[in-house]
Design a binder for this molecule. Structure first.
Ligand SMILES: NC(=O)c1ccc[n+]([C@@H]2O[C@H](COP(=O)([O-])OP(=O)(O)OC[C@H]3O[C@@H](n4cnc5c(N)ncnc54)[C@H](O)[C@@H]3O)[C@@H](O)[C@H]2O)c1
Ligand SMILES: [Zn+2]
Length: 387
């Protein structure tokens, strides 16, 4: 597959490639280009367990790396903190890394965001390459330059915009991902098609329909093509709106309600919360006459095929929290509270949601790409919607 080049004049480095090929070549090229001699892999315990030694061999064989180090972080969102950042920084200083040496993240979105942040601040910016190993990181986290860590005040509260110099997408890593993680990656991947590309949405749906084994689909040629198409959409959006001032907001489809669900119940994984959020937000869109009803049906049947419970209510949900809260009114109160306090929100008492007119066609009013819903109106909607 052909490389994708991302150009972002406001975010440094201004140009980077997304490769679907051999990572050794890319690492060698990067080190040569920057005159670097050392590389440090940052990964987590799970990824290390599965790929212990393999990545190191792939990277060091045939490349001119003079020293290859590794820093292993504990796996999980709770380690995406300044404490972990300090640990990585100290290791880089101890080992006397230069700005032009290379930091390589190998992992999911957590490792990507964390390592990107370290790369952006180490000596005011060192070279960084990223190898995403989850589907979510391939289609989302590794593209667009958002680096971040969490703190006591919330998720992704600290960070900056900083690009990797290279993204290497190799779907063979996905073989060891649990099915649920693949499904949530597909939810994010399909979000790009729901917003911009009906044909590819229908093709994806068709592939999923024909199988009861998602893992085998992920490794197929057809799926790889769709993955690339989805990545191209994210690339286009982030190029057009590098600072999230306009168009990029559409990537929050399903995320306004989705993030609130995640906060109520952290055991509901991000992709599944986004699926629930997408259906709820689009149902609201039908209520106000914006969203095409057939499109919503296409999406709900797509989620159902993958066994995703897209409802919100006392009996729905994957883990505890939303699923186990006995009182629907408590669920609604909490959803509203979290949506009102969302860090992406700008207008008081308004809740911004992203809508489509139909699959492949984003909704836009004269002013913005979001539909600002009055807090009370959202509350009334949820009273009918939440089961
Ligand atoms: N920067 C962005 O634009 C952006 C966009 C979306 C999400 N994110 C961030 O991404 C994070 C979520 O990403 P995620 O879902 O990849 O989570 P993650 O990095 O926690 O990975 C999920 C789990 O899968 C394991 N894992 C990773 N690769 C594996 C593999 N190949 N085989 C087996 N197990 C593997 C990890 O150890 C972890 O336990 C969040 O922190 C979110 O904020 C960032
Ligand atoms: Zn998301």
């Amino acid at each position: 597959m052909k490389d994708i080049i991302v150009n972002t004049q406001y975010v440094y480095p201004n140009k980077y490639s997304i490769l679907f090929t051999d990572s050794v070549r890319a690492i060698t090229d990067l080190l040569e280009k920057h005159n670097g001699r050392k590389a440090m892999i940052v990964t987590d315990e799970n990824v290390k367990r599965y790929y212990n030694g393999i990545i190191q061999r792939r990277i060091s064989q045939g490349s001119n790396i003079y020293q290859l180090d590794e820093y292993v972080v504990k796996a999980g969102e709770e380690y995406k903190t300044s404490y972990t950042v300090d640990g990585i920084l100290n290791e880089l200083f101890k080992k006397q890394y230069a700005k032009n040496d290379l930091l390589i993240s190998v992992g999911g979105g957590v490792i990507n965001d964390l390592t990107g942040y370290v790369a952006s601040i180490y000596k005011r910016g060192m070279t960084w390459a990223t190898i995403p190993t989850t589907l979510l990181a391939m289609v989302d986290a590794s593209i667009g330059g958002k680096t971040a860590i969490n703190n006591d005040f919330g998720k992704n509260m600290v960070g900056c915009m900083y690009n990797p110099s290279c993204v290497m997408v190799d779907t063979s890593y996905l073989q060891t991902l649990p099915q649920i993680r693949l499904i949530e990656g597909i939810v994010e991947l399909s979000k790009h098609f729901i917003l911009f590309d009906e044909n590819n949405f229908l093709d994806l749906k068709n592939i999923i329909k024909q199988t009861d084994n998602i893992k085998s689909v992920i490794l197929s040629e057809e799926f790889n093509e769709l993955l690339m198409e989805s990545i191209k959409i994210k690339k286009k959006v982030v190029e057009e709106d590098q600072r999230e001032a306009g168009l990029r907001k559409v990537l929050n489809l399903g995320h306004t309600i989705g993030h609130a669900i995640e906060k109520i119940d952290p055991t509901i994984t991000h992709g599944l919360a986004v699926a629930k959020g997408t259906i709820a937000e689009l149902t609201y869109g039908i209520k106000i006459g914006i969203v095409d009803k057939n499109s919503l049906e296409e999406i709900t049947s797509f989620y159902s095929m993958m066994g995703v419970d897209y409802n919100i209510g006392v009996d729905s949900g994957v883990g505890v929290g939303v699923g186990k809260l006995k009182d629907k009114n408590i669920i609604i109160d909490k959803l509203i509270k979290y949506m009102i306090n969302d860090k992406k929100k700008t207008k008081a008492d308004k809740i911004p949601i992203v809508l489509i007119n139909k699959i492949g066609e984003i909704y836009k009013d004269e002013e913005s790409f979001t539909c600002d819903v009055d807090k009370n109106e959202m509350m009334h909607f949820l009273e009918d919607y939440v089961k």
